[in-house]
Design a protein around this ligand. Structure first.
Ligand code: CP
Ligand code: NVA
Length: 306
């Protein structure tokens, strides 16, 4: 049987994203009107979490229910995954019992090995390397506010983490540019940069310079999950990387601010920016639900006639 996985942003083409966004717009509108839409009756999603989550868990679980299906939460804390059962064996077993799997884990290699042994589609709900579901929602949100992201400039300020890597992949697919500014020891890995056409990014030593001309300003926590022991060092190293009102004023007048959340006011973003008029973070979070419902529908049912 032919099926697709969604392990990184580059797994889908621009056309596929355009289709998903069209479906997400329709699914969102129907949901807001309280109209029942149950294309996934009797379908089951297994959600495997090796890391904490609020938005990812809730949006997949609620989304699956709202499409008429069922979602099952599995944590490495209380399954055999946490007691050393090989990921390949877990994939073989889990994928015989459900129709689709979402995984949030550490090394990207874990999700790749799971997918290689899975009988059903696997979705990346965040790894140390990528967070494709979040960027899908972010671009959908940008489009809702400002129209096409093609030829726009996104400023990434802070850690070159899973979100940054995914923005870079998206830039190539949607044809926009990412201005990246990170502290010296926290830049994009050469291995990631090698994958991206240089026309789609520019590295800036100074965050303020990266903001010039930006249509969208975005950042993320200084310490991602799995790096907690570096927290104190990172607080020192990232001290100049707080997106505040003065920084925002360097970007385009109508620039939007995004953050995948959870945010730390006073660290990577000031309260005035996060809670201010340019911030669209709550819509960005809500759109996880609508875009992932479109993704679940697509991976399970393929393209529908619309
Ligand atoms: N943005 C995001 O993925 O949030 P959670 O960690 O709460 O799932
Ligand atoms: N970069 C963050 C994103 C959390 C949603 C992390 O990996 O912890």
């Amino acid at each position: 049987m032919q099926f697709k996985h969604f392990l990184q942003f580059s797994d889908f083409s621009r056309e596929e994203y355009e289709y998903l966004f069209e479906r997400a717009r329709w699914i969102k509108q129907e949901f807001k009107q309280y109209r029942q839409y149950w294309p996934l009756t009797d379908r089951t999603l297994a959600m495997v979490f090796d890391k904490n989550s609020t938005r990812t868990r809730l949006s997949f679980e609620a989304g699956m229910h709202q499409l008429g299906g069922t979602a099952i939460y599995l944590s490495s804390r209380d399954t055999q995954l946490g007691r050393g059962e090989p990921v390949e064996d877990s994939a073989r077993v889990i994928s015989r019992m459900v129709d689709i799997v979402m995984i949030r884990t550490y090394e990207h290699d874990i999700i790749k090995r799971f997918a290689e042994n899975s009988r059903v589609p696997v979705i990346n709900g965040l790894t140390d390397k990528y967070h494709p579901c979040q960027i899908m929602s972010d671009i959908f949100t940008y489009t809702e506010y400002r129209g096409s992201i093609v030829n726009k400039t996104v400023a990434w300020i802070g850690d070159a983490n899973n979100m940054c890597n995914t923005w870079l992949q998206a830039a190539e697919i949607f044809n926009f540019k990412v201005h990246v500014s990170t502290p010296p020891d926290y830049g994009v890995s050469p291995e990631q940069l090698e994958l991206i056409n240089p026309a789609h990014y520019e590295i800036f030593a100074h965050p303020r310079k990266a903001l010039i001309g930006a249509d969208l300003v975005t950042t993320d926590v200084w310490t991602s999950m799995g790096f907690e022991e570096e927290t104190e060092q990172r607080k020192r190293d990232f001290a100049d990387y707080c997106v505040n009102e003065e920084m925002m004023s360097m970007a385009q007048k109508d620039a939007l601010f995004m953050h995948c959340l959870p945010a730390h006011r006073g660290e990577e973003v000031s309260a005035a920016v996060l809670d201010g008029p340019q911030s669209v973070v709550w819509d960005e979070a809500e759109n996880r639900l609508h875009t992932q419902k479109a993704l679940l529908e697509y991976l399970l049912l393929g393209k529908l006639m619309i």
